[in-house]
Ligand binder design. Structure first.
Ligand code: ZN
Ligand code: ZN
Length: 128
């Protein structure tokens, strides 16, 4: 069971902490601190040490989550990774986090208040 807490997403080379409320990826050198800071109450010291060991066993395959390119949406959501609500511009596919910002973004595309939306609701996934 231990190992399942840190899920290795081999397609992206990142470790996902699945017991976080908002599962996100942890860089290898941040694993120990993350577990200590966030999951001290859930995991025993021994348990945490095992997870750190597990993370290090994947060292060769891991990349920094910051360097991971968010996969194209056609691939569908990354399983287990936290999703944030967002908005997608239907003209240029830009993703933005709030409706205000997507409205602003769409003005140069010719959008005006009370006109049909040029965007749709979507989700954004980030690895960090
Ligand atoms: Zn966590
Ligand atoms: Zn746009």
């Amino acid at each position: 069971m231990t190992v399942n807490i840190l899920q290795f997403l081999s397609a992206y080379g990142v470790l996902l902490c699945t017991i976080c409320k908002e599962p996100h990826c942890i860089p290898l050198r941040g694993v120990e601190q993350h577990l200590r800071d966030f999951h001290k109450d859930t995991l025993t010291k021994k348990h945490r040490a095992e997870l750190v060991k597990y993370a290090h066993s994947l060292k060769e395959q891991l990349v920094n989550p910051k360097d991971v390119v968010t996969p194209p949406k056609e691939n569908g959501p990354v399983p287990g990774l936290y999703k944030i609500n967002g908005w997608e511009c239907l003209i240029c596919q830009k993703l933005l986090g709030t409706e205000d910002s997507i409205q602003m973004h769409c003005r140069p595309h010719g959008w005006k208040l009370n006109e049909p939306h040029m965007w749709k609701r979507t989700y954004i996934q980030v690895f960090t």
